[in-house]
Design a protein around this ligand. Sequence first.
Ligand code: URP
Ligand code: ZN
Ligand code: ZN
Length: 468
Amino acid sequence: MFDLIVRNGTVATAADVFSSDVAIKDGRIVQLGHDLGEAREVLDATGKLVLPGGIDSHVHIAQPSGDGIVMADDFESGTRSALFGGNTTVMPFCLQQKGQSLRAALDGYHALAEGNCYTDVSFHLILSDPTPSVLGQELPALVEEGYTSFKVFMTYEDLRLQDSEILKVMAVAQQTGALVMVHCENEDAIRFLVDAHEAAAAFGPVSHATTRPAAVEREATHRALTLAEIARVPVVIVHVSNGAAIEEIARARSRGLSVIGETCPQYLTLTADDLDGMDWEGAKFVCSPPPRDQAEQQNCWRGLELGTFELFSSDHCPFRYDGPQGKRNPRGRKSFRHIPNGIPGVETRMPILFSEGVVGGRISLSRFVALTSTNHAKAYGLYPQKGTVAIGADADLAIWDPRLTRTIRHADLHDGGDYSPYEGRAITGWPTDVVLGGQWVIRDEELRVSKGLGTYRARQKSNLSLLR
Ligand code: URP
Ligand code: ZN
Ligand code: ZN
C-alpha cells in the first residue's frame, strides 16, 4: 500500500505535460500512471496541475544587515511563507562577517534553521573576507561537505570584493568544482553618484534608483564575466534587471563562457517610479539592482522567453516598513542611503510568473517548471532528487489550481513582514496543496504540520551540462 496517491491531475515537468497519478511511499515518488492501487491517503487533483515543488535558490533569511537591522523573517516565517507559495526547497545565504570563519558563520545559520523549517533548506556561502586560510583550507573542505556555491559582491562597502579577490575566489571554484554567483554593480560609481545626490539634497527613496543606473550594472556584469573567462569558471549572474546586462550575458555565451542568468519578479513588475512614493512609501521598493522602467521589464521578459535566464528567483530579502527595524525611518536618518536594501517575495514569486507568464501566454507550463524548480536543482546540485516529478525523486509536489484568482494582500501572506511590494496585484493560478517529502503539508490552503519537517540538504557539485 502506498502512503499517498495524487490522483487525476495533470503532471508537468520541464520536459512534458501529461495526465498521470503519482504514487508516493517513504518520501519518494514510486509510481506514475493510472489505476496504481491503494494508498493510505488520496489527494484528488482533478482539474489541477501537479508540479515539482518550487525551488527558490535566492532567498535571504535571518541575515544581519548593516546598522544592526534585523530581517523580518526568521527560518520559521520565511520557510512558512515559501511553502504557501508552492516551494518545497529554499536556498538562503550564509553571510560570513569580516574576520569570521566560514565554519562559525555556518554554525550560526544551522542553529537558527534546525527544527524551525517548513521547507527543505540548503545554504550558499557569502564570502566577505577571503583570507588565505578561508580560500586555502575552509572553502575547499566545505565544498566537499556539500556547500557547493558561493556568492561574491561587487557592491556594498562592507561586502564588496576587489577584482583580485574575486579572481582568487573563482580560482578555488575552478579547483573544487563549486559555482560562483556574482552581484554585479560598480560600487565606486554608485558612491560617486550617492555623494552627488546628497550634495544636491536629493535624499528621497527614488535616489536609490538614480544612483544605481543600468550602466552601473552593465559595467559590473561585463567585468564579472571577464573575470570568469580569465579564471575559466562557470558563473551565475544573479538578479539581472535590464537589457544591457542581458546583452553582456549573451555576448559572453557567444565567446563560449558557461554563464547562468537569473532574474526576479521585481524586474518584471515594478519600476523606479514606484520608489517615488509620497511619505517615504517608495522605500518599500528599495532593492539592488533597483527596478527600472517598462522597456526594461520587456527586456527581462524576453530574457525569460528566449533562454538568457535559466533561473527565476525571488531574492526574498525582507525588511519591515514600520518600526525600529523598518525602512520608513532607517535608524532615524532620512537619506535613501540608509534604507535597508531588499524586498520580500518568496510567497508571490511563482504565482506572479504563473499568472503573467503562463496564463498571460508568454511562456509554456514546462518552461515555468524549469525556471522555478528544475533549473535550480540542476544548477545547484540537487537534481534529479529534486526539481522534477519522476520515479525515485523526493516526493516534493505543489498542486496548482490554474483558474484560482487571487488579489495579493499582505494580510493573506505568511511571512514575518508588514507589507508586500505586490499589494493589490491580480493573480490567476495559485498553489492549493503542497506535499513535502511525501507528507501532505498544505491541504486546500491550510497548513497541516508544525515547523521542523523541512531539513537541511547537502548538495552535489553542479553539472551545468544538465541545463543545456
Ligand atoms: O536588494 C537586495 N537585493 N538585497 C538583497 C541582497 C542581495 O544583493 O541579493
Ligand atoms: Zn545581490
Ligand atoms: Zn539577494
